[in-house]
Design a protein around this ligand. Structure first.
Ligand code: 1GP
Length: 268
């Protein structure tokens, strides 16, 4: 749910005293009802944005149902805040953002989309092809595009393979800086450093620090972050946002999810 006083891009790139947290929900891995329950817990723990997407083969209808279920949860929270004189209703509005694997998996119920170029892909499809297919639909949906450079770092996981990425290695600090500079020159506002969902090692702090030297980019870092200590490493290296997905889906129940997410978010 978008705030009344700013665009989603302003919210994402705006100032914050600390690194913020994004909960990634993969509609292929859970029903819309379960997604909504998990989002409710994530909001209690202090998450600041919801990403919906991740898989490459999720039908539009499932993505749409998931976005709608999450928006309903957010509306309830905003209503609850409006009844509490100590709460600012606007503060409880957080955006639901599509994080697509391609020109499918789109929904008009989302507030925005990370409109991404997989910058280190060797395939035209992921550099610009899927984006050309998706752009007219997004225009019709009036979903706000967040111009995003997406760079897959080792180990890279499935997205590295499917996206045919030339993986950035942990010590490729000059190369990641060049990607960041290139993204800035293209006019991207966000740069997402991705280690791959479920990665056994997170994006190296050296890469984050190097990308951070390029001014004017909001840095998102995800893949393999499961603990408060890992979250802190990314935040201290310069991440403006960290993204966690597997953490949510692996939790045995909502109580475990609450404790895991609190640990990560509190560390920021
Ligand atoms: C994947 O970066 C995200 O695109 C999140 O990764 O599932 O490892 O948290 P995890």
């Amino acid at each position: 749910m978008r705030r009344d006083d700013m665009t989603t891009l302003q919210y994402v790139t705006g100032p914050s005293e600390h690194c913020r947290h994004i909960t990634l929900i993969d509609p292929a891995s859970q029903s819309p009802d379960v997604a909504a329950q998990r989002v409710m817990v994530a909001l209690d723990c202090g998450t600041s944005m919801i990403f919906v997407g991740g898989s490459t083969d999720t039908p539009d209808a499932i993505v749409h149902a998931t976005c709608e279920a999450i928006q309903e949860v957010l509306e309830l929270r905003v209503f609850a805040a409006s009844q509490n004189p100590e709460c600012d209703e606007e503060d409880s509005k957080i955006p639901v953002v599509l994080f697509p694997g391609g020109a499918h998996a789109l929904s008009p119920a989302a507030d925005a989309i990370t409109f991404m170029m997989l910058m280190n892909s060797t395939s035209r499809k992921f550099l610009v092809g899927e984006q050309v297919r998706g752009a007219p639909h997004l225009h019709n949906f009036a979903v706000e595009a967040l111009p995003t450079g997406y760079v897959v770092c080792a180990p890279g996981g499935k997205v590295g393979e499917v996206g045919q990425a030339e993986l950035i290695q942990a010590d490729d600090v000059e190369l990641i800086n060049a990607y960041a500079r290139c993204g800035q020159m293209f006019g991207f506002k966000l740069l997402y450093l991705e280690a791959g969902s479920g990665a056994d090692s997170q994006v190296s702090p050296a890469l984050i620090e190097s990308a951070k030297q390029v001014e004017g980019l909001t840095l998102l870092v995800g893949g393999g972050i499961r603990t408060g200590a890992q979250a802190k490493i990314a935040a201290q290296a310069g991440a403006d946002w960290i993204v966690t997905g597997t953490l949510t889906e692996d939790a045995a129940d909502l109580a475990e999810l609450r404790s895991r997410l609190s640990e990560v978010i509190d560390a920021l």
